[in-house]
Design a protein around this ligand. Sequence first.
Ligand code: M6R
Length: 598
Amino acid sequence: MCGIFGCLCEGAPSILLQGLKRLEYRGYDSVGIALINGKDLVVEKNKGKIDEFISGLDEARLKGEIGVGHTRWATHGAPSKENAHPHLDCSKRIAVVHNGVLENFLQIKEELVRRGHTFSSRTDSEVIPHLIEEYMNEGLTLKDALIKSMERVKGSAAIAVISTVEPNKIFCYRRESPLIVGIGDNGVFCASDIPAIMPYTRRVMVVPEDRLVILERGSIHVEDLKGVTYETEFTEITWDLELAEKGGYPHFMIKEIFEQPRAIRDTLKIPTVFLDKAARLMRGRIYLIGSGTSYHACLSTSYTASALIDMEMRPVISSEFADALLSLEDSTVIAVSQSGETADTLNAVKHAKSKGARIVGITNTLGSSITTLSDAYICTQSGPEIGVAATKTFLTQLVALDLLLLRLGLISGKLSEPEHDLITKELSNLPGMVEQILSRSNRVKDLALKYSTKENAFFLGRGANVATALEGALKLKEISYIHAEGYPAGESKHGPISLVEPNFLCVFIAPRDRTRDRIIGNIMEMKARGAEVFSVITEGDKELKEISDEYFEVPISSEILYPILCTVPLQLLAYYAATFRGFDPDKPRNLAKSVTVL
Ligand code: M6R
């Protein structure tokens, strides 16, 4: 996920920078702009956050009334000045900013290099200006060369292109990635989302899929790749800016919960080459380490590894790793961290490395400290997560780890190809299943209202869903301040049950998996003591519906998907409970998004 912005107006340099600032939530590892100043293309870009970038700019150089800019969240190529957008062609006449992922860029890049093009970055995006240049060298106009290029590249792309060849236009194109254009009294604009252009105009159009849009002073022209022209249909934006930045949602957390189908879809596309590199390192003793929610992903995966590929992987909380005095000779440590900067996990990784362990990093932040310390890394594709509570990054960690187990199973011979393919197919159904759960979020909202006056809750599960229970309890306590404990359901009778009295809330994670029948026993134990039982169950499970006071159904799936599916209603429960209790779920007290102290 990246942010793109373009404008054709007076004062373009400062408007570009302001627009990019509003898009920083979409990516903040590098930033860049290009402006047309007479016959020249002025380009400034660098690694780092936008404020650092602005303070290092020579403003006297920034002139012009047409410009494009980009905030980057790295997918191909680590954060660096070279990999920052805009990217240029060889003759430095064409500047392109891109948001998306090009699937066939390697093949195109090889061809272009053979034809004499010189690349300066490791990004997929840089093929676009070179491809346009190549077609222009064959005699096509800029517009036709752009159309041909977009027909040639596969994958997602929202782009904005400026060129000294046609210095009065911005060419935009959209496929899958979002793109908005707008027209105001003082100029025309394009951006990845509405808030970026709202201070300049409220007359906007969401660019339809597969359309080319040409911005000129006072006009916006829309056509498809075959040259058929379409009428521009503007909408007048009436929301306020703060709401718009959250895509219309009241908080980042709920926006991010609803982004999960997209985040999973993108994570399912992690190239096999990254997974295989990591899988080939996984020999000897295998440890899974992480903190907080990331540790829960480790715990869940340890169960999946035994069940799916009969391999033992030991989950360890990062802050306990060094003190556990584990044997690290011939070992592999899989370090899981959304930010890639958590001090406890970094410390554990450094300790493991010093003892000779191989490191596989799984983060959502390419270029973070953990990726640089790892022998192989896998980048989850959640996009930036702003809410302090980890939601979409947890689900994508589980998906990435499942994909890794599948490749490891195949490579080690623990899984046959048909078995591997079958589970891969099941994973591909996940986004749709999560969408289905989200479409019933109001049911959880009602329950959250009912439970929002509780002061205590147990979250209980068995097997991999012990991790789901821990995660559900962590979410509820950290943002709603209801005291919640996650426990293995079978262990609850060894002490915690003494707290249960009439109306004590017990949330059971009880899908139809190998643990279901024993969970029923645990539910009965709690009910016998007057507990109020809310169960997350598999669609159509009559028996569980009857014995639970309230229930939420998740779609029928294979066992390994249940920890992912059952987490979603628990995230919603925590979110709505926090809001009913009057707390800001995005900024829970005493917590930070990235915990960089030991
Ligand atoms: O960035 P990391 O995944 O390493 O962060 C680890 C924990 O601090 C984090 O998962 C924390 O528990 C969540 N924000 C809780 O929702």
